[in-house]
Write a protein that binds this ligand. Structure first.
Ligand code: UDP
Length: 313
């Protein structure tokens, strides 16, 4: 029997990788996306596939589709994109999640809610376990995303407790790989495109802030294991690669892989930019037997190859 999956945000960076993975597993995939940050280019290769359907729709308004599994990845996720229209970011996160939870309840199906490490804000606990409640500036420019995703998590667990909806929440840490939007302003895509063009590498602040970078294939494997698990687990689960680098170290890595002679220039650190970020993935290791397999050096090399091949620079 063909299984039906709906992927909200399926034309985005992570969503399009999930589309490919579920099609390869024999799913019929309905990709729902309003193309505000996703792109048709990301799903172009599937348009002729009879098991693939694209619906241009904003999930902030309800949707009715028959399905066995729901994946909610719909939300602008890079700071540049989510701050461009913060009200829309909130609506997508909160109304979108509620609409998909209603659909999961109606269809009696499992749902994956893709949350974010941004729920930890600028963390005072390092590395961050799921039990850490976070340090978010409620009124700052990142709040539309951070608080939007926190509210989305809250409502997921209310649907779980009150209505018995089988929703699983994963908190995604910085992820990179092929199909990243070269213009999304994120550190990996910015540094690679700048290095290719021989432009200055824009390091924000003094570059000592850290992030932990996960290759996209590892993350998608984590999504699939989370949904494949027979029984629900309590609370959210971190998915990310604990390999932690300063932004300055990342710049040097990119320069050496691209063989670029671009120079580092230092720009103002954006408000509320987290100083350190690294997942504690003990829970994912215990519950899903999951941990990332692709090293940052290997993953960056693959990503640089993709940027070179697609001439996105
Ligand atoms: N960053 C940077 N230069 C850039 C883009 C980002 O130094 O051109 C920094 C940014 O200030 C942050 C880190 O890199 O400290 C990661 O930023 P990104 O936007 O990729 O993701 P975030 O983890 O902040 O959501």
């Amino acid at each position: 029997m063909v299984r039906h999956a709906i992927i909200a945000g399926g034309a985005g960076f992570l969503g399009s990788h999930l589309v490919a993975r579920l099609l390869s597993e024999g799913y019929h995939v309905v990709c729902v996306d309003d193309l505000s940050t996703g792109s048709e280019e990301n799903i172009f290769e599937h348009l002729e596939n009879p098991n693939f359907e694209f619906v241009e729709h904003d999930i902030a308004t309800p949707i009715s589709v028959e399905c066995d599994k729901i994946y909610n990845l719909a939300c602008p996720a890079s700071p540049k994109q989510y701050m461009t229209n913060p009200i829309k970011t909130f609506k997508t996160s909160i109304f979108g999640t509620i609409n998909l939870l209603d659909l999961a309840h109606q269809q009696k199906c499992k749902m994956l809610q893709v949350s974010t490490s941004e729920v930890y804000g600028d963390p005072t606990v390092h590395p961050q376990p799921e039990t850490y409640l976070g340090n978010v500036n409620t009124t700052g420019p990142r709040a539309c995303y951070d608080e939007g995703k926190r509210a989305a998590e809250a409502v997921c667990f209310d649907y779980q407790r009150q209505l018995g909806v089988d929703v699983r929440v994963v908190r995604v840490f910085n992820t990179y790989g092929p199909k990243m939007d070269p213009d999304d302003g994120r550190v990996v895509s910015n540094f690679i495109t700048q290095a290719f063009k021989g432009e200055d590498i824009t390091v924000y602040g003094d570059g000592s802030q850290t992030r932990s970078f996960c290759y996209v294939d590892d993350l998608i494997e984590g999504f699939c294991r989370t949904m494949a698990r027979e029984t629900q687990f309590a609370g959210p689960i971190n998915l990310g690669n604990p390999e932690e680098y300063s932004v300055k170290d990342l710049a040097h890595k990119v320069l050496s892989i691209v063989h670029s002679s671009s120079q580092l220039v230092y720009k103002q650190l954006p408000q509320d930019d987290p100083k350190r970020r690294r997942p504690d993935i003990t829970k994912a290791q215990d519950i899903l037997d999951w941990s990332p397999k692709v090293s940052v050096d290997d993953g960056l090399a693959r990503t640089v190859d993709w940027f070179r091949d697609t001439r996105k620079n």
